[in-house]
Write a protein that binds this ligand. Structure first.
Ligand code: DSN
Length: 423
């Protein structure tokens, strides 16, 4: 456990929340597919002296003095990001994935222009233009869906028809709840036909792309990728935009991030991003990325053995979506709550064309980046999936849930959260 020496002396209330969270993470299995454990090196950078500094602008072109070390550090972050994602340009300043997407929209479009992105209930993300978001008031969003929710196949023919009809400025490939590889070549072909930019929101699969186990959209000619840095990439909470090769696009993106969207960049977080990118460039990271996918596959097998319906029919990446209401009569909310009780954290999730509501949907979403960081492999992934099914089938059986809770704690104690990944 971290010492938190100064907080302990100075602020007992916050100290207690830190101790509580440390313990929660120690004895619970994290299966939220967008969460992970950052190394202590990343966390040191997050808490470093760079938090003191204002650095509006970019390396060599700042609006404040005293930038000798911030310039060095941000340049290192940029160079590492470029290497990781095969990009010519990178902007490491976005404060999160949503900020990265909004900046990207303003960089590449004028108000009223159209984006063609994936429907939220078919795996897309709020920032891909959900009606409740502010950007939906500025840009026009149209949505494509899967052709077959039980295989995950995208309806590329419909996507093409929509592109021809709506003439989008951006065709957006990417998701936060979809478990198959996308056909980036097909997206690119359709975008070229209608003169649209191709953007991939790779927030969920950053680590898989960096680790070489998922396709890199730049290999298929995509223009831009937006992402978060704290999910499968295992860095600090933040965002990033990388540009394949077009200098004009890179200039527009830089202007849209600062001064367009943001003020002073969070230099301590950029330092932590640089440390995480260094870790992702280490040979160990490829093994980690491979194991994430193997573990997800192992969980898929168990759910299928128990005849629980999986959206997309299974997974090619780090996450799974299960229709627990349709298969077991347990709602997504009930599943989230009861699994939390036994120490397994995941999130309820809508399934495609959800018949219930967003607050109590039919599905759950879970994934393997965090449990894989603890060193768990297929054997543990299989046991965990069995424990999940057992929990869902015994949601009102307190004695059984207590046994499962003990099994979860034992697994966590056998696989403590590591402090470093580059030994
Ligand atoms: N909230 C993230 C997720 O859980 O997928 C996406 O922004």
């Amino acid at each position: 456990m971290s010492e938190y020496k100064y907080i302990k002396d100075q602020d007992e209330e916050i100290y207690q929340t830190l101790v509580g969270e440390e313990e929660r993470e120690r004895v619970g299995i994290e299966l939220i597919p967008s969460e992970n454990y950052a190394s202590l090196a990343v966390r040191e950078a997050c808490g470093s002296v760079f938090t003191n500094k204002y650095s509006e602008g970019y390396p060599g072109r700042r609006y404040y003095g005293g930038q000798e070390f911030t310039d060095q550090m941000e340049t290192i972050a940029i160079e590492r990001a470029k290497k990781l994602f095969k990009a010519e340009y990178a902007n490491v300043q976005p404060l999160g994935g949503a900020a990265a997407n909004v900046a990207m929209y303003f960089a590449l479009m004028e108000p009223g222009d159209t984006v063609l992105g994936m429907d939220l209930s078919h795996g897309g993300h709020l920032t891909h233009g959900h009606p409740t978001t502010a950007i939906n008031k500025v840009f026009n969003f149209v949505r494509y869906k899967m052709k077959d929710v039980d295989t995950g196949e995208i309806d590329y023919e419909h996507l093409r028809e929509m592109a021809i009809e709506h003439k989008p400025k951006i065709i957006l490939a990417g998701f936060s709840a979809y478990s198959r590889e996308l056909d980036y070549a097909k997206f690119k072909e359709i975008a070229d036909e209608v003169g649209a930019y191709t953007v991939a929101d790779i927030a969920h699969i950053t680590g898989l792309i960096a680790g070489g186990v998922a396709k890199n959209p730049f290999d298929y000619g995509f223009d831009v990728m937006t992402m978060t840095t704290h999910k499968s990439l295992r860095g600090p909470r933040g965002g990033m935009i990388v540009i394949r090769e077009d200098e004009e696009i890179a200039k527009k993106i830089n202007k849209a991030v600062f001064p367009g969207m943001q003020g002073g960049p969070h230099m301590h977080i950029i330092a932590a991003k640089a440390v995480a990118f260094g870790e992702a460039l280490h040979p160990n990271f490829k093994l980690y990325a491979e194991q994430i996918v193997k573990n997800a596959k192992a969980m898929e097998v168990v759910f299928k053995d128990h005849e629980v319906r999986l959206l997309c029919g299974g997974t090619d990446n780090h996450l799974l979506l299960a229709d627990v209401y349709g298969s077991l009569g347990v709602t997504g909310q009930e599943a989230e709550t009861v699994l939390d009780e036994v120490g397994i954290t995941l999130n309820k999730n809508m399934i495609a064309d959800e018949p219930r509501s967003a607050l109590d949907p039919s599905g759950i979403r879970f994934g393997t980046p965090a449990m894989t960081t603890r060193g768990m492999k297929e054997e543990e992934a299989t046991s965990l999936a069995e424990l999940m099914i057992r929990t869902l089938k015994n949601k009102d059986n307190e004695a059984e849930k207590e046994k499962i809770r003990q099994a979860v704690v034992a697994l966590c104690e056998k696989f403590p959260v590591p402090e470093t990944f580059v030994d």
